[in-house]
Design a protein around this ligand. Structure first.
Ligand SMILES: NC(=O)c1ccc[n+]([C@@H]2O[C@H](COP(=O)([O-])OP(=O)(O)OC[C@H]3O[C@@H](n4cnc5c(N)ncnc54)[C@H](O)[C@@H]3O)[C@@H](O)[C@H]2O)c1
Length: 360
């Protein structure tokens, strides 16, 4: 079973401190852990509106945790004060279901606070570094949800497919992609946007993402708990084969987010003027999730999946493509899971890393 590689992940020497926003969230926590593992001399500022975990690190020079609402100017300012931030991973946000359900919150966090963060990072760089110093690297986590007018059966070729989002979340992500690009175009920051695939298996509680069931259908039953299947009414429902889903194993996606900071700026611009990359993924079906649950959890775990169609979830999932062309991302050095074994690898990682190797 192939695994991501880390040898090439050398941060430029001028990046001595990085800021990770959304560091209390799923992706942010995993990214901070990888940064801690790979770079013993890097200073990490981990911020979130909730207290981010310290991952057992007590050395405040290595990891500084800041609980801050990035929508509040004073709290945002405090994150940068006294620092020399050479890299930013902008990961905080309100997920797809949450942004659809709470329109003002989605706009305020997913657009306004990101716009303020870019501005703060730019002003911080101007005030902190000399004129000839390289611009800080700025990685923004967007989503493939920016593509609309697709179905789960679509295979998107980004070279020909225009971006027309069909959810507030997708609109918000795309707006910020453009602002991020503009900061790059102006030479204020060295910006890079990565559109994430659905990352699986996500640990913890179900999220507000409409895709939450993709991780939930395996995560909860493996722990002896019930989990909804909101896209089908029964095990015989053809929807289990229809809703093709584009996913990435957690460790592969995290590796790729870091690679986005490391890859050559010229290479990226050669592929995308807007400095945007669709992270590579693999295709799975909900039925495949169930089959993998059977393999690792047994027949009794299947009973814990509660089939009941949820029109709100289906409405969003109907606008997601089931596959994307990976060519550009692979050309740029991003890595992809093995289409045959990648999903099972993701489930094995979850069992080993989050359940201590034990299924309930
Ligand atoms: N996980 C996925 O499958 C996936 C897929 C596509 C895109 N993404 C994007 O990747 C990023 C990380 O995703 P995730 O799964 O870790 O999400 P998450 O919900 O686990 O984490 C997001 C974090 O942002 C924080 N946050 C929300 N509002 C904030 C505010 N005002 N100030 C500071 N922090 C705030 C939350 O507290 C949370 O910890 C997000 O931007 C998301 O849109 C994720």
């Amino acid at each position: 079973m192939s695994a991501p590689t880390y040898e090439a992940l050398k941060l430029p020497s001028f990046v001595e401190t990085v800021l990770v926003t959304g560091a209390g969230g799923f992706v942010g926590q995993k990214l901070v852990l990888l940064l801690l593992k790979l770079y013993p001399n890097l200073r990490i500022i981990a911020t979130d509106i909730i207290e981010p975990p310290n991952h057992g690190i007590t050395d405040a020079k290595r990891l500084r945790n800041v609980k801050a609402d990035l929508g509040k100017p004073e709290e945002l300012k405090g994150v940068f004060e006294g620092e020399k931030v050479g890299g930013v991973f902008a990961l905080h946000g309100i997920m797809s279901g949450g942004s659809e359900a709470n329109f003002p919150l989605g706009y305020s966090v997913n657009i306004d606070s990101h716009r303020a963060l870019l501005d703060a990072a730019h002003k911080h760089a101007e005030a902190t570094f000399p004129k000839d110093h390289p611009r800080p690297i700025y990685v923004f986590a967007s989503s493939l949800a920016v593509y609309g007018a697709v179905t789960p059966q679509s295979v998107v070729d980004p070279k020909t497919k225009p971006v027309v989002p069909e959810s507030s979340y997708g609109v918000q992500k795309h707006c910020v992609e453009m602002i991020v690009y503009d900061y790059g175009r102006k030479g204020y920051l060295d910006t890079r946007t990565v559109r994430l695939v659905t990352v699986t298996v996500r640990p913890g509680a179900p999220s507000s993402a409409a895709s939450s069931y993709i991780s939930g259908m395996i995560r909860e039953p493996l722990q002896g708990q019930e989990s909804p299947c909101p896209i089908a009414d029964s095990l015989e429902d053809p929807a289990l084969d229809y809703y093709l889903t584009w996913v990435g194993r957690t460790k592969t996606v995290i590796r790729n987010i870091l690679w986005a900071a490391v890859l050559d700026e010229g290479d990226l611009k050669g592929v995308s003027q807007e400095r945007i990359v669709n992270l590579p993924g693999i295709q799975i079906t909900p039925r495949q999730i169930i089959e993998t649950l059977l393999k690792y959890g047994g027949q009794d775990k299947l009973k814990l999946i509660k089939f009941k169609k949820d029109p709100a979830v289906i409405k969003i999932c109907d606008t997601w493509a089931g596959a994307f062309d990976n060519t550009d991302a692979l050309k740029l050095g991003f890595e992809v899971d093995d289409p045959k074994t990648g999903y099972e690898g993701a489930v094995q990682d979850f069992i080993e890393e989050e359940l201590g190797g034990k299924v309930a």
